[in-house]
Design a binder for this molecule. Structure first.
Ligand SMILES: Nc1ncnc2c1ncn2[C@@H]1O[C@H](COP(=O)(O)OP(=O)(O)OP(=O)(O)O)[C@@H](O)[C@H]1O
Ligand SMILES: [Mg+2]
Ligand SMILES: [Zn+2]
Length: 509
């Protein structure tokens, strides 16, 4: 690929994407990719990581595969590319029926860029067809998911190394906006690419000011939000720790802010509803979204001005991702965290629910090593019901069964010593993960209680230094909210109002 000239790359940028210049880091990463290197690219939220693989995919002869964590993210990207005239792109996801999947899989060579979830790459039918194709580039977008989710919630992230080698080891590009040096190590380790070229850029966002306010309790938080949103008429996202809270506060805000359009978004809603809410928010038909962490990644709305955390996330990395939805157009925006004493209990409970207890692990191992049925799929229901595991906890254990070779092709092995050492390894691993999660949360808490510049402290574990904004930095440096000049809500996207549109066309009324 060395023969691709820089001028041609710029021409492609203009022709296919309508941009005249590259943003920081894009050119360097694209150049490395076109030269066939494996690259780990860290660029701040909202600065254009997608282009780093979209542009090369046009120039490559074969297919570029992009592993993406969310369906809404894939659908959005495919839609945006198609709107730009790039038709040879598709997403394969669990929302599609078999016929829809077949339509893509059976015509793979018509596509240049294919988005898939890590789970889809465990499907032998899909892998068999991919094997018949030339894969030019294998991309892992939001690569921090490997480290953040791979161990419990989505263990197929840890199987990507095997997928890449099955696909004849194409060059790999891993992208993220939030990866500490440890997470970067994790990404390279789990992808089996310890020598990736690192293209790491500062991830701080100069135009986001950080504010943490202490509140007495949750009703105080609601009052604070209502006062603020009456004063600042800006597109806003409010993060909650649970579905219940996000619905409950959305209803209250809807009643008490009649001039604003409020709704909610969480993982318990069906995919169609979620897509609809996301689209309405993008089109300015909604201007306040109460959401859980399920909303965020890939939401490329340029003018979100305010991101409020009603509840704390469990780590700084998630906070940086979530607040990174603000000010993607570069204009002044604010991240506000509302904190009441005792709030730490919620994230701590969440962390605990992400891992099985020692007792649960012992019970599952005891049950599986002694039961007469040896087919694991037949036992899953009994495990869920009798041992009261949630899906994440079971995800962790079943992955440990695979890692410790206690299961072969879905059949449990009959070797007592293997089960004994497997149990010890799993317990040790669980404790390591728990300590890691607690440590990350302690880091977040110390940020909440910090007495020096929030910006400095927020990025401390990710990079050396940051750009200090002159106007609004954080609540310790400036009086942010009283000095924040807002522009007001953007005009609603009229294209969605067909009545109005038709009236205009026919000049009625
Ligand atoms: N060179 C460029 N010039 C102008 N705009 C660009 C350029 N590259 C990307 N953009 C725009 O920047 C916006 C953000 O891009 P993108 O979604 O790829 O960001 P990201 O880094 O992946 O963000 P996130 O971390 O949230 O996933 C998009 O609207 C995109 O069109
Ligand atoms: Mg992205
Ligand atoms: Zn500051």
């Amino acid at each position: 690929m060395k023969e691709i000239k820089e001028g041609f790359v710029i021409e492609t940028l203009e022709k296919h994407f309508g941009f005249s210049t590259f943003r920081t880091g894009q050119k360097e990463i694209i150049k490395d990719i076109l030269s066939g290197h494996d690259v780990l690219g860290i660029l701040p939220t909202g600065t254009g990581k997608s282009l780093c693989y979209q542009l090369p995919s046009i120039l490559f002869r074969g297919i570029t595969i992009v592993v993406s964590p969310l369906i809404s993210l894939m659908i959005d990207q495919v839609k945006q590319l198609k709107a730009k005239g790039f038709k040879r792109v598709a997403a394969i996801n669990s929302m599609m029926n078999v016929e829809q999947k077949k339509a893509i899989i059976n015509n793979l060579n018509q596509y240049k860029l294919i988005y898939v979830s890590p789970e889809m790459l465990q499907n032998s039918w899909i892998m068999k067809v991919l094997l018949t194709q030339h894969i030019s580039l294998f991309v892992i977008d939001e690569a921090h998911c490997i480290s953040q989710w791979g161990h419990e919630f989505r263990t197929d992230y840890l199987k990507l190394k095997a997928v890449i080698s099955q696909l004849n080891n194409p060059p790999v590009l891993a992208l993220s906006a939030t990866a500490t040096p440890e997470v970067q190590q994790d990404i390279m380790h789990y992808l089996g690419r310890p020598k990736m070229l690192k293209r790491i850029y500062p991830m701080d966002r100069e135009n986001i000011a950080f504010v943490i306010e202490h509140t007495a309790n949750w009703t105080d938080k609601v009052d604070r939000i209502i006062n603020l949103l009456k004063e600042k008429q800006v597109p806003t996202m409010i993060y909650f720790s649970s579905r219940m809270w996000c619905e409950r506060i959305s209803t209250i805000l809807g009643e008490r802010l009649p001039n604003r359009n409020v709704s909610y978004y969480h993982g318990g809603m069906d995919s169609e509803d979620r897509l609809l809410i996301q689209q309405q928010f993008m089109n300015n038909q909604l201007d306040i979204i109460c959401c859980t962490s399920a909303f965020g990644m890939g939401v490329d709305k340029p003018d979100v001005r305010l991101v409020i955390h009603f509840h704390m996330p469990t780590q700084l990395e998630s906070y940086i991702q979530e607040v990174g939805r603000a000010g993607r157009d570069g204009k002044q925006s604010v991240g506000l965290v509302l904190y009441s004493n005792g709030d730490e209990q919620i994230p701590l409970t969440l962390i605990e629910q992400e891992l099985p207890t020692d007792k649960q692990i012992q019970d599952v191992f005891h049950f599986l090593s002694s039961t007469t049925i040896r087919e694991l799929p037949q036992l899953e229901e009994a495990i869920f019901i009798n041992l009261e595991l949630n899906e994440t906890q079971w995800g962790f254990i079943s992955h440990q069964l695979e890692r410790n070779n206690l299961i072969e092709n879905g059949i449990l092995v009959n070797d007592h010593s293997k089960w004994r050492t497997g149990l010890e390894t799993t317990l040790a691993y669980r404790n390591k993960r728990m300590r890691n999660k607690e440590e990350l949360f302690t880091q977040f808490l110390s940020w909440i209680h910090s007495t020096s510049c929030r910006r400095e402290k927020l990025y401390e574990s990710f990079q050396n230094g940051f750009t200090k904004p002159e106007l609004l930095c954080c609540d310790h440096c400036h009086s942010v909210l009283s000095n924040w000049q807002t522009e007001g809500l953007p005009i609603k996207d009229a294209t969605y109002n067909w009545n109005e549109k038709l009236k205009k066309i026919f000049q009625i009324g």
